[in-house]
Design a protein around this ligand. Structure first.
Ligand SMILES: *Cc1c(COP(=O)(O)O)cnc(C)c1O
Length: 387
């Protein structure tokens, strides 16, 4: 399906709302019915008929169609956060006694889902080096039911071979879930490689304006219906109609934002890659990356994020480097219009996150919509001043 059609028109039944260009925000918890038969028929398919807004809200329904089409999935659900999407999807695919294979260093709250929450319900897990198909295969146990992927991850950008993972999972009756937040549906569609369920933190690129928190789950009609009737309705982590309308607004410019951000990121990375104050550069499309060929074969772009290990001899030098930056703001998250840094030394002695496994001179960068040259000048100037 034509991308511009998906983003500008798909799912929008304008005759139904006075030909308004932007769909109305159905700010209602409840729906009423002509008669009891109408009520009964609506309840037969609560996924697709407005009955109560925890189930189907018409504004959210438009967004679901667009998200599914973007990910080349049959259907999709939209939730209150990326973590709601991850946890709802994972919980839907396991039961007590099962085992999950998960890639090393997944997103921090995905890690906590497995280690702190599901473990209490007798679901075991093994973290594996996802860059090695052998390691993934070796981790399989009798009771493994789920293979959880994140490709690339959003700090160090390790990839998994999605086609090989899907093949292995199908042969062994495992369900595959991937967190595809880094690429966004614009630059990678894992379902094309045979992955079963795709989740996103839509807070990042899909919403893209740093003004809302949301998540999505994409998959086959059958899988989405099962998740809807089970975990989605039960756990109830839904998005509001208002935030859904903002996301529809965001999707209009998804290609513009993604192209600009990916292009600027390549310019920034290229400009600094030989700087003598950089000990290590992490970026999927860096030619000396061990997984460069795989990255090029699975992803059509590498937008926004890259990481640096800088030549600094103390945390205070790292902090001074960060403070010199004028355009890159210190913050978590990414995917919005504003460029950001997340320095790992912020986790030093953190109660919630431990001290982390990454070195204290490691800084994750996010390139937003500012002029690339301004970002380059800012970064180079602060690198130059590292003594
Ligand atoms: C941010 C993020 C999440 C969690 O999403 P929220 O919208 O913050 O709940 C999950 N996975 C990745 C890779 C993320 O970057």
């Amino acid at each position: 399906m034509d991308l511009s059609h998906i983003l500008n028109h798909l799912g929008e039944d304008r005759e139904n709302y006075k030909f308004a260009v932007s769909p109305p925000i159905f700010q209602t918890s409840n729906f009423t019915f002509r008669d009891i038969e109408h009520m009964r028929r609506s309840l037969e398919d609560e996924l697709n008929n407005p009955f109560y807004s925890r189930g189907c809200n018409p504004t959210v329904a438009i967004l679901r169609k667009k998200i599914a089409a973007l990910e080349k999935a049959e259907d999709a659900l939209v939730l209150a956060s990326g973590s709601a999407a991850v946890s709802t999807a994972v919980i839907s695919q396991v039961k007590s006694g099962d085992h999950i294979i998960c890639v090393d260093k997944p997103y921090s709250w995905t890690n906590k889902l497995l280690v702190n929450l599901l473990n209490r319900f007798n679901v075991a897990y093994t973290f594996v080096d996802g860059t090695s198909m052998e390691a993934i295969k070796a981790a399989k146990q009798e009771n493994t039911s789920l293979l959880y992927l994140e490709s690339p991850n959003s700090l160090t950008f390790e990839l998994q071979d999605l086609k090989a993972c899907a093949k292995f999972a199908k042969a062994n009756d495992l369900v595959t879930i991937i967190d595809n937040s880094y690429c966004s549906p614009y630059f990678q569609n894992p379902i094309e490689f045979g992955i079963d369920i795709v989740v996103h933190s839509a807070t990042k690129f899909i919403a893209g304006h740093s003004d809302l928190v949301a998540g999505v789950i994409c998959g086959s009609k059958e899988k989405i219906r099962e998740i809807f009737q089970g975990e989605y309705m039960t756990l109830g982590g839904i998005i509001s109609a208002h935030d859904a309308a903002l996301m529809i607004r965001s999707l209009r410019t998804l290609p513009l934002r993604m192209e600009r951000i990916a292009h600027s990121t390549e310019l920034v990375v290229k400009a600094i890659s030989h700087h003598n104050k950089i000990a290590k550069l992490h970026y999927p499309f860096q030619p000396n990356n061990d997984q460069y060929d795989l990255a090029r074969s699975q992803m059509t772009g590498a937008p926004g994020l890259f990481s640096l290990e800088i030549e600094a001899s103390s945390i205070s030098q790292v902090e001074a480097f960060c403070h010199r930056l004028k355009t890159f703001l210190p913050a978590c998250s990414w995917g919005g219009h504003e460029s950001l840094i997340f320095p790992m030394c912020v986790l030093h002695n953190s109660q919630n996150y431990g001290s982390g496994t990454l070195p204290w001179n490691f800084i994750r960068f996010y390139v937003g919509l500012e002029e690339a040259q301004i970002l380059i000048d800012d970064l180079v100037s602060s690198l130059d001043q590292l003594s």
